[in-house]
Design a protein around this ligand. Structure first.
Ligand code: SF4
Length: 185
């Protein structure tokens, strides 16, 4: 029986690609990251997918501004509150909380990279120039709405949490940083 002394939260779609918006290329190389976490004896705690919970698997891709409203934020907090409580209990029990791995570019789970636009909204069939509407989307160095709410909940409880944004190119960097955190504990 393994003795788990470390725990990390991961965005839902790192383990379940079915949650990703249709036609999104998905997380092509997350298996390597997950295998390495398991080798390091890290308990992997899967967050719920807020977009799938609220809008289902046939939703359109969205931008930050579409989720930046009180309902989405409150529902995110409702989903996250019991998880933050559970993490607090693990910490009290001596477990090393390693932080959170989110998804680069997501309007919900982005960490330091999210997609934004003030024009990407409304009735699609009424948009005359849809291409320029799509082109209005830009990547900014902000967090997604779900991660913003998660950070606030950790702050409320004085839990310090490191946040990592996954993309298919930076997994070795994330693995090295997590190894470092385990060594320095
Ligand atoms: S909302 Fe988060 S968990 Fe859901 S598909 Fe997007 S990045 Fe993945």
């Amino acid at each position: 029986m393994q003795e788990y002394k470390n725990i990390i939260l991961v965005s839902h779609c790192l383990l379940n690609e079915l949650a990703v918006v249709k036609n999104d290329p998905g997380r092509k190389d997350s298996l390597n990251l997950i295998k390495n976490l398991m080798k390091m004896n890290v308990g992997i705690f899967q967050l719920p997918c807020p977009e799938n919970r609220m809008y289902g698997s046939n939703r359109w891709g969205s931008v930050y501004e579409q989720f930046d409203n009180n309902f989405y934020r409150q529902t995110s907090r409702d989903l996250l509150n019991p998880i933050v409580n559970e993490i607090e209990d693990y910490i009290k029990d001596g477990v090393n909380f390693l932080g959170v791995i989110g998804i680069d570019g997501s309007p919900s789970c982005g960490i330091g990279l999210t997609c934004k636009s003030n024009e990407f909204k409304g009735e699609i069939s009424a948009i005359k120039d849809f291409a320029s509407c799509v082109e209005s989307i830009e990547m900014t160095d902000d967090n997604g709405v779900f991660m913003e709410e998660l950070e606030k909940l950790f702050n409320d409880k004085n839990i310090s949490a490191k946040f990592y944004g996954y993309n298919d190119r930076n997994q070795n960097e994330i693995i090295e940083k997590i190894e470092e955190s385990i060594k320095n504990k």
